[in-house]
Structure formats: C-alpha cells, structure tokens
Design a protein around this ligand. Structure first.
Ligand SMILES: Cc1cc2nc3c(=O)[nH]c(=O)nc-3n(C[C@H](O)[C@H](O)[C@H](O)COP(=O)(O)OP(=O)(O)OC[C@H]3O[C@@H](n4cnc5c(N)ncnc54)[C@H](O)[C@@H]3O)c2cc1C
Length: 387
C-alpha cells in the first residue's frame, strides 16, 4: 500500500514530533510521522530522569559542538530560549521559573510528549507506527520511503529526524544513518557523550557509592570542565560533573578531579595543617572519610602533597559505558552537507535533517532537546514557506 503526503518525517522523537506539530497546522493530514516503535516520543518522555529538562534559559552556541565550526549558531539565533518558551506556551506547556535548566511545570517529560501528540492529532497529522524505514529514495521528484515490512510512503518533502546512536533500547541504534548515506551524505565519527566513564579502578577500591562535589576536567577530543557531583563506581566514575565532560574524555587520556572546589590549594593546606596541629586525622570533617583516607594514604602523610592531590586527583580513562548508556551520540550527518539556516540537505532538494542525527551535540542541561526542537522548527519553517 502506498500513501502520498506533503511531508514525511522519519522518526517520531523530539525533533520529529515538533516538525510534525508545526507542519500539520498548515498541511493537516498531509503530514505523516514514520516511527519504528509502537509509540512516538518514548525517549522524550524519559528525559531528565522523567522530569524533562527540555531547554535552558541560556542556549548560547558555546554549549554546542559540531565538526563544522559555528554550524548551530544560525538556528540557535533564530530559535532562542524565548522562542522555545513561546512554542511550549502555544502547546499548553509552561516552563519552570528558575534560571538555567528548564522543565515543564508538571516536572513530567511525558506531558510534553502528550502535548505534541495532541497538537498533531488535533490538526489531522498522521503517524505510522512500527514503520522502520529501511530505504529512502527520490524518484520522479518525490521521495519514497519503504519500511522493513514493505509499506511505502511517498512525499514531496522528507525530514530525517531519526536521532543518533545512543540508547538503542529507545529505537536509536544508529542503523538509520544508512538512509542519509543513500543520498550521498557522509557520517562523521560517532562517539558516546553524556555517559559514565571507565577509569583505572585500583585507586578507587572501597570508594564505590561515595559521592563528592568536584570540579572535573577532561582534555581529549576537546577540553571540558564542569563542577558538580562525582560518583565513584566499580568501573570508574559517574555523576553530573563526569557526564558533562565525558564527550571530551577519550581512552588513554586523563580525568582530573578537583575536590573542595571553593578553596585554593593554599587554603586547603591551611585546613589540613590546623587539623594536624590538633592531632586529628587530616581530612576528617573536610572530605568524605573513605575518600580522605585514600588520598591521605597516597600522599604518604605529607600535608603539601595531600593538598596538591585533593586539588589535582588524576585518573586514567580507559573508556566509557558506551552508546547504550549514553544520553547522546556526538558526530552524525556531516554538517558541511546541510544548509545551516534551513537544515535542508545540500545534496537533495526537499530533504531535511534535524536533531541528533546531525553532527551537533550539546552540553548536559536541556541543550540537546533544545537543538532537536530548534533544528526541527527551522526545517518546518522552510518547508511551510518555500515548498
Ligand atoms: C535517558 C536519556 C535522558 C535524556 N535527558 C535529556 C534531558 O533531560 N535534556 C536534554 O536536552 N536531552 C536529554 N537527552 C537527549 C535527548 O533526548 C536527545 O538528544 C533528543 O531526544 C534527540 O532528539 P531526536 O528527535 O533527534 O532523536 P530521538 O528523540 O532519539 O528520536 C528519534 C526517533 O527516530 C526513531 N527511529 C530511528 N530509526 C528509525 C527508522 N529507521 N525508521 C523510523 N523511525 C526511526 C526512533 O525510534 C526515535 O523515536 C536524554 C537522552 C536519554 C537517552
């Protein structure tokens, strides 16, 4: 069976649902989302530990990386935080008031998914479920998308919003990149980001489950620094600060943690000396007991060496927990091959690529969903105005 649409959208995730919500307002039933799963927006509903950190009050370009320098800038400028807020408002979703990470007021990511699905359905937009697109081609001026089970959809314009290679249990195993390759697109190397890191484990023996506030630095693929939670595990380290720099870390590189980030090395040494003068264990009351004892042992009782170690605790990175555990994959469809304002392919007119599928990844904090929504909005706007 073959059905013809104005626009077909491969992937009913964050980007696909936003593109469909916008386009169905103009084209109604002329829009169809093709989703491999049995439901749309499954990942979106689980984001932010189910609370949905959907955007950030500061979505400036320095929070993003792409193989093409400056690629996300035009889209972010056209879709700043205020545009996201307005878009959500128009869909009946209101955002939390605090600056920084923004959530729906319900603190339920599923309320965003529901609102988008409601908007699409109300406008008459269609969704085909269990439609795993395995082939896409352009013939006679129309796009033809074929599903694994043989169903075919034709459309004047096509949006690839099939996501990346992270969290394959949520439908994104990276196999859909072949669809873009079919149009001559190249895929830049993919690697997991916002993920737990494997490190040498010998220095961490006995620390499993212990958390500490730290400033964490990694300098591998690029240099990154973040302050927050560091959690010791049996394979290495996790926690918000580690997640934030994980994309920068590479196997063989070093992860540096600075404990007591509000105090200088000199102030730290002074605290340790005053404890020594009282005849007390050096790090007790300053650091978590077990962490302190491990550092003391390594410093060999020398206060200056201990202060230095507290401020520069280095671990050799051996890898990460990989794509399955990662929140996003960095890399993707080569941004050089896309129009940076409209997300239209430079290789096939009327083909658009949005969201994580593109070689753009953002920091932890609502940036990746903002990118998915912003890039999908850019593609939808261009289709509605120009095609
Ligand atoms: C556990 C978790 C928590 C996260 N939390 C946050 C957060 O709080 N804030 C934030 O900004 N980001 C978060 N992210 C990242 C964010 O969810 C993604 O970057 C974002 O969803 C990407 O949107 P997308 O539409 O490009 O891809 P996705 O949302 O991944 O959607 C892609 C869709 O395409 C479908 N698909 C794939 N291949 C095919 C095919 N061949 N045919 C048909 N359909 C196909 C998939 O089933 C999926 O539904 C989180 C990610 C995870 C895994």
């Amino acid at each position: 069976m073959e059905t013809k649409y104005k626009t077909a959208i491969v992937g009913g995730g964050a980007a696909g649902l936003v593109a469909a919500a916008r386009l169905s307002e103009k084209y109604g039933g002329g829009v169809c989302v093709l989703e491999r799963g049995e439901r749309a927006g499954r990942k979106l509903s689980l984001t932010g530990n189910g609370q949905g950190n959907i955007t950030n009050s500061d979505v400036s370009p320095e929070h993003y990386r792409s193989g093409k320098k400056g690629f996300p800038d035009a889209v972010l400028a056209a879709f700043p935080y205020e545009s996201a807020r307005e878009f959500y408002r128009s869909a009946g979703i209101f955002l939390t008031a605090e600056e920084g990470k923004k959530y729906p007021l319900s603190k339920q990511a599923s309320s965003v998914t529901d609102a988008l699905r409601f908007r699409i359905e109300k406008a008459g937009g269609k969704t085909a479920f269990s439609f795993r697109a395995v082939k896409a081609e352009r013939r006679g001026g129309v796009y033809i998308v074929t599903a694994e089970d043989g169903r075919r959809v034709t459309a004047e314009t096509l949006i690839f919003a099939f996501g990346g290679a992270a969290a394959k249990h949520l439908g994104t195993d990276g196999t859909a990149f072949a669809l873009a390759e079919g149009f001559g697109h190249t895929i830049t190397p993919l690697y997991p980001s916002l993920v737990q890191l494997k490190t040498e484990t010998e220095p961490l023996r006995g620390l499993k489950g212990i958390r500490a506030e730290a400033r964490v630095k990694a300098a591998g693929r690029y240099a990154a620094e973040s302050r927050g939670d560091l959690l010791f595990t049996d394979y290495g380290v996790s926690g918000s600060a580690v997640f934030a720099v994980s994309g920068a870390a590479s196997a063989g590189g070093v992860l540096e943690a600075e404990f007591l980030p509000d105090f200088s090395e000199r102030e730290t040494a002074a605290m340790l000396e005053s404890r020594a003068a009282l005849g007390m264990p050096l790090t007790g009351g300053i650091l978590h007991n077990q962490l302190g004892r491990m550092l003391e042992k390594r410093a060999g009782g020398d206060v200056a060496a201990l202060a230095r170690l507290i401020k520069h605790f280095c671990l050799k990175v051996t890898g990460s927990l990989g794509f399955d555990a990662a929140q996003v994959s960095a890399g993707g469809v080569n941004a050089e091959e896309e129009d940076e304002r409209t997300m239209e392919s430079r290789l096939s007119a009327g083909l658009y690529i949005a969201g994580e599928a593109l070689d753009v990844d953002g920091d932890c904090g609502g940036y990746n969903l903002h990118w998915a929504f912003a890039s999908a909005s850019a593609a939808a706007a261009h289709i509605a105005e120009e095609r």
